[in-house]
Design a protein around this ligand. Structure first.
Ligand SMILES: Nc1ncnc2c1ncn2[C@@H]1O[C@H](COP(=O)(O)OP(=O)(O)OP(=O)(O)O)[C@@H](O)[C@H]1O
Length: 274
């Protein structure tokens, strides 16, 4: 893991009218790591992801990518940087096959016609690169796939575009035990292949199974970002439900760009939060 986060946010504010949803939020996502973004319903996780992906402009704050300040004003800006989001509803088209879904809106052409062989090859290489063997034919309609296979296709679609940071919104929410395990393996593989992964999850088993760091949002404030090995299930639950964890030595003060120690603004170790 490099010391400089691939993506670093500092001081992000976002309001909708009079309602402030994000307040001075810091977050760091490192290449080769899975960062779990946790928080209760309404804590601001989706809003933060929409700011990162250019859907909502942040009202204030800084974005650094590979250590350089960047502006993300649109989904195109995010895509250009290599940021892809896989949403919970997947946005796959049932009546199209796997290749068509993976290239939807970004089809390859050969002259005036679609370059099917190239798209098929790229899709196959991407799935092979992720060691995905559960899909029988790239030409089967997505409607015939299981929930886990659909999630796999959606994730493969996100990594097809030279992405560097993949954000996964509750990828196992609708899955059974075996399929959850498969998808978590895939999430781990993304990070092992060098991507930075941000995983939104309400499922503590998933979070502890796959993440390297845990970032906890509470009422729009980042109350901790800690190594997964430095925190317990119950401490994470305390952070999610109360915004603090006495046992962890966290006082409930939010993680901001100003209060990190040594390793970086949002890279807070237990006790490192003021
Ligand atoms: N477009 C919007 N206009 C006004 N308020 C919004 C809008 N989007 C989100 N909010 C409010 O912002 C707060 C944070 O919502 P957000 O969806 O980001 O939370 P979340 O952590 O993703 O929750 P969940 O886990 O339920 O998806 C909520 O109080 C929500 O009502």
């Amino acid at each position: 893991m490099s010391a400089t986060p691939l993506l670093e946010l500092r001081g992000i504010d976002k309001s909708f009218g009079p309602v402030q949803v994000l307040r001075d939020v810091a977050l760091a996502a490192h290449a080769g790591e899975v960062t779990a973004l946790v928080g209760d319903n309404g804590a601001g996780k989706s809003t933060l992801v929409k700011c990162i992906s250019g859907i909502y402009p942040a009202d204030a704050g800084e974005f650094l990518f590979d250590g350089r300040p960047v502006t993300i004003n649109s989904p195109r800006d995010a895509a250009t940087l290599g940021i892809e989001v896989v949403y919970q509803d997947l946005a796959l088209c049932d009546n199209l096959d796997i290749v068509q879904n993976m290239f939807l809106g970004r089809e390859k052409h050969s002259g005036l016609v679609l370059d099917e062989p190239t798209m098929e090859q790229m899709a196959a290489e991407t799935l092979a690169g992720l060691s995905v063997r559960t899909v029988k034919s790239l030409r089967q309609h997505v409607s015939s796939l299981s929930g886990g296979q659909r999630q796999t296709v959606a994730i493969a679609k996100a990594v097809l575009w030279n992405s560097k940071l993949v954000i996964l919104d509750e990828p196992t929410a609708a899955l059974g035990v075996a399929q959850t395990a498969q998808v978590l393996e895939l999430v781990r593989r993304l990070a092992d292949n060098g991507l930075a992964v941000v995983l939104i999850s309400h499922n503590m088993n998933d979070v502890f199974a796959v993440s390297d760091r845990i970032a906890a949002l509470y009422l729009g404030q980042m109350v901790a970002q800690v190594k997964t090995t430095d925190i317990t299930h119950s401490q994470v639950v305390e952070l999610i439900t109360a915004g603090r964890s006495g046992n962890l030595g966290l006082t409930g003060e939010p993680v901001t760009a100003g209060n990190g120690t040594g390793a970086g603004p949002a890279d807070t170790t237990p006790g490192g939060v003021r």
